[in-house]
Design a protein around this ligand. Structure first.
Ligand code: NIG
Ligand code: FE
Length: 423
């Protein structure tokens, strides 16, 4: 049986909700509710109760029960775990040579010639056994768990043929079965055009639609379907064909959109009721207007814009237009070799000029929405899964994004169990 946890004397319990919302939009993003000098009660893996310490007596928490482990969080903050709604963390090999080449000023074509890019990761993945791929990937999972992430979306897309795409998706399923982190899987067969289809993209799209999607969906290996809908990759027409096929098989759309150009990806995502459209460096008035009133979460990936030196999306304009914003890491070997969501919060503040409250909403409840789990994750609410972390002794919640290089997480609790504790 799961032990019950009672966390007392919490300096500040952050992101509490009495009436849970599925997402937070516009001006509401600059508000979070939190309770000073609080307690949090966890039972059977769920958040059962929380409140102010002085109100404890009347709420009759059974703290004398020997089955209840008591944690004294004096001086510490408790946050809901981060939700990271966009990663490619199942991969083998790294691409630091490409990174150095970029620093030296080499072009994308030169880099590809020297073995860079998505196709290079696909080649390495092809040569890696499923067990090795799992071993490489689980190391990254353990790393993100210890840095505060409690739910993660992971994409395929370094396979680019049926066998290797399935290998990736099986590794994702194995991660799900072996670690307490919440996992959602996305099929991204349309991540890049393999060399042999370079002059016949439509044929590769046919392969994705006719051979890959049915096997992936029938094997229940993915929750979502994604396409890299951008200049030089897949067109709006390709994207529509793939999304329609995926939706027919019960997969929900999520899109890579508008990273390299005004690609039409955002509008296409909205048209197919995508759960999220991600990247969005090229977002103008037309794109913003299409998102207004939709159910699609605009998701920004400041780690990759930072790493690649890309322009930043117009976040203030988007929030002023009443949109919600989620932030995710895009953890991948080519454009964002980090899954550190605390650093993503800092980039949100420093690069995107988002307020600390806005980034907290963006990495918790809104990112949970972007992976379809905000009913159960993304805030401190009664009945939600007890995924939380306790910080070190810090002065304020603003200190989290402010102290961008410090590890401030002391204790990680997932599904009501203590996973790691720095003493
Ligand atoms: O989200 N934009 C497309 N795909 C990845 C990059 C993947 C890679 O370079 O390996 C991204 O940034
Ligand atoms: Fe991505």
């Amino acid at each position: 049986m799961l032990k019950e946890l009672f966390i007392k004397n919490i300096r500040c319990l952050v992101q509490t909700e009495d009436v849970p919302k599925l997402k937070i939009s516009g001006a509401d993003m600059s508000r979070i509710s939190s309770i000073n000098n609080a307690y949090l009660y966890i039972s059977a893996g769920l958040i059962t109760d929380f409140g102010r310490m002085i109100e404890l007596q009347k709420n009759k928490i059974p703290i004398k029960n020997p089955e209840v482990e008591i944690i004294d969080a004096t001086g510490r903050f408790v946050f809901p775990s981060f939700c990271d709604s966009h990663t490619h963390l199942v991969y083998s090999g790294s691409r630091e040579i490409e990174y150095t080449d970029k620093i030296r000023g080499l072009s994308y074509a030169e880099i590809a010639k020297r073995g860079g890019g998505i196709l290079n990761s696909a080649k390495i993945l092809h040569e890696t056994s499923e067990d090795e791929l799992f071993t490489h990937s689980i190391g990254r999972i353990d790393e993100i768990i210890s840095s505060g992430t409690g739910a993660v979306e992971i994409k395929s897309g370094y396979g680019l043929n049926l066998a290797d795409e399935l290998k990736m998706l099986r590794v994702i399923r194995r991660i799900k079965d072996t670690r307490p982190i919440e996992v959602r899987a996305t099929f991204l067969g349309a991540h890049a055009i393999p060399e042999e289809y370079k002059n016949n993209r439509a044929k590769y799209v046919d392969l994705v639609i006719n051979e890959m999607i049915p096997v992936v969906a029938n094997g229940k290996l993915a929750d979502f379907i994604d396409v890299f809908c951008d200049k030089g990759f897949f067109s709006v027409e390709d994207t529509e064909r793939i999304l329609m096929a995926g939706i027919k098989y019960g997969l929900t759309a999520k899109l890579h959109a508008n990273e390299l150009d005004y690609s039409g990806g955002i509008q296409t995502g909205v048209k197919y009721n995508a759960l999220s459209v991600d990247h969005l460096e090229f977002t103008g008035d037309e794109e913003i207007n299409s998102l207004i009133g939709s159910e699609t979460m605009p998701t920004l990936l400041p780690g990759s814009a930072f790493f690649l030196g890309m322009p930043d999306p117009p976040v203030r304009k988007m929030i002023n237009a009443g949109l919600p914003i989620a932030l995710a890491s895009d953890y991948n070997p080519g454009s964002s070799p980090s899954g550190n969501m605390k650093f993503i919060m800092s980039l949100g503040c420093i690069r995107l000029r988002m307020l600390p409250e806005e980034v907290i909403n963006a990495v918790t409840i809104n990112s949970a929405y972007a992976m379809g789990i905000s009913e159960t994750h993304g805030s401190i609410a009664r009945g939600k899964v007890a995924n939380v972390f306790i910080t070190k002794d810090i002065p304020s919640y603003e200190f989290m994004p402010y102290a961008f290089g410090s590890n401030l997480i002391e204790t990680v609790i997932l599904k009501g169990k203590i996973i790691s504790r720095i003493t």
